[in-house]
Design a protein around this ligand. Structure first.
Ligand code: DP6
Length: 326
């Protein structure tokens, strides 16, 4: 793009092996590697227009002027990209998502993946997906995974240069469905960035991180072999380990609501009864219920009758972040 403007779309992702805690906060170099599925059913579109007349970067989120905190975070990301391209103009950024943000749905992942692609193109930087992933990580750790489609692994990395993600398998490799059960749309009281900073205060973080290569290996193999039972066991273990760290941080973080626990219990019980289903919970009260595509209708009906007031969003594996018409 040569006119200083570009737009990109990307999907959020659900982590099967979670990133929680940074080795280096300012660069968002994660304490451990992670694995996720990019969620095709949900979309963020971000446009960036550099304008030499502007005195500061401007940010609109879902049609509303963003908070100063969000604007400064985006501005810091743009500053890094301006440095790479040796350009100096400020930008107008507009970002829209078709799903509730800040409720444990990794909205920052799709926001920073699409922002990175759009801003780099608007700044006329020609980069490959690995560079985009590394740059997106600096904006939000989980965003490095949303640059790719399908099943994705993010490396812990030794330094800024190798902290990026890569695709493990394409979206059509395995027909998995994520039913996102939204019991609360309220913004979480402690955001992920603050939660990452607290992780090291838990005595359980060091053993969780030390065991991460083993869980990553189990999860990677389960995906490559399409082994749902193996996937379910490591996904639930990993989610519970992260929440154990959250609960034992100082101050303690408890994201679960009564409905969260009811869903976790029921989903494990359904698996004992023979359904290919498991749960995972991010930094919020909402539960992601993973299942095989062929059982998705039945699982959806069971979720609906368990928590009739919840909003259910169905998503399968989706494609990579990509440029669209500005
Ligand atoms: C629980 O990527 O949202 O969803 O880097 O501060 O933006 P920031 O944090 P973020 O953290 C994700 C936490 C998680 C687990 C995961 O997606 O791996």
């Amino acid at each position: 793009m040569t006119n200083g403007a570009a737009a990109a779309v990307s999907h959020p992702n659900i982590a099967f092996i979670k990133y929680w805690g940074n080795r280096q906060d300012n660069l968002r170099l994660p304490a451990n590697g992670s694995i996720s599925m990019t969620l095709g059913g949900l979309l963020t579109r971000t446009s960036v227009r550099f304008d030499p007349q502007l005195l500061a970067d401007q940010l609109t989120l879902n049609g509303q002027p963003a908070s100063e905190e969000a604007r400064l975070r985006v501005s810091a990301h743009l500053e890094y990209i301006r440095g790479l391209s040796r350009s100096s103009g400020h930008a107008v950024v507009e970002s829209q998502s078709d799903f509730p943000s800040a409720a444990g749905l990794a909205s920052s992942a799709s926001a920073f993946a699409s922002l990175t692609l759009a801003a780099c193109a608007a700044a006329a930087l020609e980069l490959d997906p690995r560079d985009h992933s590394r740059i997106a990580r600096r904006g939000s750790g989980s965003a490095c995974r949303s640059v790719f489609g399908g099943f994705v692994e993010a490396h812990a990395g030794e330094s800024d240069l190798d902290g990026y993600a890569q695709q493990l398998a394409s979206p059509d490799h395995w027909d998995l469905v994520d039913w996102i059960v939204i019991t609360s749309q309220a913004p979480k009281s402690v955001g992920s960035s603050e939660g990452h900073r607290l992780a090291a205060t838990s005595p359980l973080q060091a053993p969780r991180v030390a065991d991460a290569p083993r869980r990553l290996n189990l999860c990677r193999q389960a995906i490559l072999q399409r082994d749902f039972a193996a996937l379910a066991s490591v996904v639930e273990l990993d989610s519970n380990l992260m929440h154990a760290v959250m609960l034992t941080s100082q101050p303690s973080l408890l994201y679960w609501q009564p409905e969260t626990v009811e869903l976790m219990r029921s989903i494990s019980h359904w698996r004992e009864q023979g359904l290919s289903v498991c749960y995972t919970v991010d930094a919020g009260p909402n539960v992601h219920c993973l299942c095989l595509g062929e059982q998705a209708e039945q699982v959806g009906r069971q979720l609906e009758s368990l928590i009739p007031e919840a909003q259910l969003i169905r998503s399968g594996a989706g494609g990579p972040a990509r440029l669209v018409g500005a």
